[in-house]
Write a protein that binds this ligand. Structure first.
Ligand SMILES: Cc1cc2nc3c(=O)[nH]c(=O)nc-3n(C[C@H](O)[C@H](O)[C@H](O)COP(=O)(O)OP(=O)(O)OC[C@H]3O[C@@H](n4cnc5c(N)ncnc54)[C@H](O)[C@@H]3O)c2cc1C
Length: 313
């Protein structure tokens, strides 16, 4: 597997590179007025406000257009340091970039910079690494590598493994929370909750789940949807309803590793005791690291089921 270091020089000639406009897409669902924490983080690696052609992709939905308009060059993507939304997302994104480059026969290469030692979640690390290896002609994966700096002026990203001149830079920031959580004394940065009930440890009137809660569970939409039902049961109980033990949440995810195949990871959480008899969250997992079309079909059904559950349609 090639690393960023030995790919730094790239294969594209500098003249072509200069002709292309640089593209920078921070991918995260932070509405612009709330993007301050992200900007503060990005300030450590570059100056967002001074980066030309940059966008929070969810503000104006232009990321897809920019990817479609990309005609070749060097793409740099990252995995942020955890915790962050949708742990398999960055690897899936890098692999879909690779598939897009091959499908459209673009003269391009993707560099993925990862501060971790291998892809996450651990259950699908093997499947991701197999897919990365199969795409090594267009995808260079650099594990154990942090981003040090971004220079928009000369389209250069500096990483612990060396510098890369980019034509399209896509940065996923780490998860941040709202300032009022700390101000309200609910936790810092995440809301401290009992992982069984999702009740705040600081204020019994508050229940918190999803990306803002400090739990051992994945920060994913599916887990948040499961957790909401559990928190609802404990809220009903607090209001006097007779409700049985709802148990722990689970998460299932079918990350795409190509345009037509996916792998699968599942986690089931239950509540028990650790070896010292203290309350503990027990995690059981399952995974399928063999990419197949059937798992992609299951993903589509999974998506439909989640949407039906949320919106009843
Ligand atoms: C690119 C990407 C891909 C993903 N893919 C998947 C996937 O395939 N499967 C999966 O399960 N998960 C996925 N996730 C993760 C998933 O989106 C999140 O984990 C999930 O949305 C968390 O739900 P939440 O309700 O906790 O937070 P959010 O969905 O972020 O909702 C919080 C809401 O609160 C609003 N808000 C913030 N501050 C305030 C305020 N002060 N007042 C009022 N409202 C406020 C925000 O605008 C937002 O609408 C992905 C995430 C990203 C970014």
């Amino acid at each position: 597997m090639s690393t960023v270091q030995n790919e730094v020089s790239g294969r594209l000639n500098a003249r072509n590179r200069l002709r292309r406009r640089q593209r920078i897409v921070p991918v995260q669902s932070i509405p612009a007025p709330k993007a301050e924490p992200f900007k503060q983080w990005l300030a450590k690696v570059g100056n967002y406000s001074e980066i030309p052609n940059s966008s929070n992709s969810c503000d104006d939905n232009i990321a897809g257009e920019w990817i479609a308009a990309f005609k070749g060059g060097t793409v740099v993507v990252n995995a942020p340091a955890g915790p962050y939304k949708c742990p398999p997302g960055p690897y899936e994104y890098a692999l879909l970039w690779a598939a897009h480059i091959k499908k459209n026969k673009l003269k391009a290469k993707v560099h993925m910079v990862d501060p971790g030692a291998k892809p996450v979640p651990p259950g699908v690390a093997v499947g991701f690494l197999k897919a990365i290896e199969a795409n090594k002609d267009v995808l260079a994966y650099a594990p154990n590598t942090n981003i040090l700096n971004v220079s928009a002026k000369d389209s250069m990203i500096e990483t612990e493994a060396g510098k890369i001149k980019y034509d399209f830079l896509s940065i996923i920031p780490p998860n941040k929370t709202m300032g009022f959580i700390k101000e309200a004394g609910l936790g810092d940065p995440f809301i401290a909750v009992d992982p069984v009930t999702f009740r705040s440890k600081a204020d019994e009137r508050v229940f918190a789940l999803g990306d803002n809660a400090a739990t051992p569970y994945s920060k994913s939409a599916y887990t948040a949807a499961q957790s909401a039902k559990i928190a609802g049961a404990f809220i009903a109980r607090a209001m006097g309803a007779k409700v049985g033990d709802p148990g722990g949440p689970h998460n299932i995810c079918y990350p795409l590793v190509s345009m037509d195949s996916a792998i699968m990871v599942r986690a089931d959480w239950s509540h028990g005791k650790d070896k010292d008899g203290k309350p503990a969250v027990i995690t059981k997992g399952a995974s399928d690291n063999d990419a197949k079309a059937q798992l992609l079909m299951l993903r589509r059904e999974w998506e439909k089921g989640l949407l039906r559950e949320m919106f009843g349609a």
